[in-house]
Design a protein around this ligand. Sequence first.
Ligand code: FAD
Ligand code: UDP
Length: 400
Amino acid sequence: ELIALAIRAADRAHPIVSPTSWPAERVKRYDVMVVGAGFAGAVMAERLARDGGKRVLVVDRRPHVAGNAFDRLDDAGVLIHQYGPHIFHTNSSDIVDYLSRFTEWRSYEHRVLADIDGLRVPMPINRTTLNLLYGLDLASDAEAEAFLASKAEPVEPIVTSADVVISKVGRELYETFFQGYTRKQWGMDPSELDKSVTARVPTRTSTDDRYFNDSFQAMPRDGYTKMFERMLDHPNIDLLLGVDFEEAREAYPHDHLVFTGPIDEYFGHRYGKLPYRSLEFRHETHDCEWFQDVAVVNFPAESAPHTRITEYKHLTGQTAPRTSLTYEIPSATGDPYYPIPRPENQALFKRYEALALGLSGVTFVGRLATYRYYNMDQVVGQALATYRRMASSSAEPAYP
Ligand code: FAD
Ligand code: UDP
């Protein structure tokens, strides 16, 4: 029997608690139930409550807020990311301004090395990468560009994740840095994936070795979970953690639903399962202060089961005598982490989207619900835009 209890925001010392440890309190009716306490759900809940004055219940099947961005102190006292490294970067000052209401920031520029048979070189490929890998002395952007041009193979039209890399850097560098990594990460060859996947990673002729190009790159100063706690800390928001939507949907009547879980799951997989790629996260603590030179080292060779190792203290600036790491090992089964960008998957998503558009009273937001390979900032932007649309077209008492 369901002993799901709504946690009144005003009553809780800490938002992150097991709902069963709180006394029963049934709210008559919520204006909105939000499924998922990740970026999509938390932004929607915050806006609906604080700006819209709605009574909101947030439900998440996990025992914590923050979705995949959840971070926590581990046994060594190191702040780790439970679901792999999350680095905030964006070009949108609106999104920074919005999140800055709930956090201060630690300036951080992400740097990644790729391990090529033990040689560690900058990734994305830049001039330093080429010089180290080929024993060259390319001294300018123009020289690096000429070198890459001599390697590049024209591909027309550029459709897949193989095309986009081979046309820029040629087959050899493609095989060294992209093919094995992608086969591991996605369980398929880059030639089977949309070009947008590997196009996320730039190629440079300069010696800029930052992973991202965005104008704003930072980490929430006290971590993601703290930022989410502040977002959700509002008297109009109740939180129900460790409870599945299926259990909560009847128990807590609501006028409107915001769903941020997998869209195919919402519709009972009526047209078959949408493929999502999963990962196993192996967390380790080592008895040394530092393990590697940068936050993330990528392992493109197929001989290693993991794609990357993250050492968190580089990201957070935390000091501690020991250090904690996460290995990411891709997997076909497990929690859905990545929508898989392929034309047939997009076509299947479109069929679910058509069902969604035919519903009134339900809004789908987020990476899983809109089947988009979105970064955190894009999800925040999508949720803010969705809220604005809802608010401007709201016909009381329910949203259309
Ligand atoms: P989620 O965070 O997945 O939240 C959805 C929530 O809904 C989950 O907590 C889930 O438990 C809950 N839920 C689902 N279904 C149900 C149900 N039926 N009942 C109850 N609860 C349910 N982005 C960046 O910008 N920078 C990065 O460096 C970065 N690194 C990443 C690394 C990894 C390994 C992964 C997987 C993602 C990374 N991302 C990164 C992307 C980022 O995680 C997402 O953009 C963001 O977390 C998506 O937020 P969301 O709310 O849409 O989904
Ligand atoms: N990629 C790769 N080699 C790398 C880094 C990335 O082949 O060293 C490819 C791979 O297909 C990956 C994609 O580029 O899934 C996007 O990389 P990103 O680092 O953006 O992935 P995420 O952080 O989202 O897992």
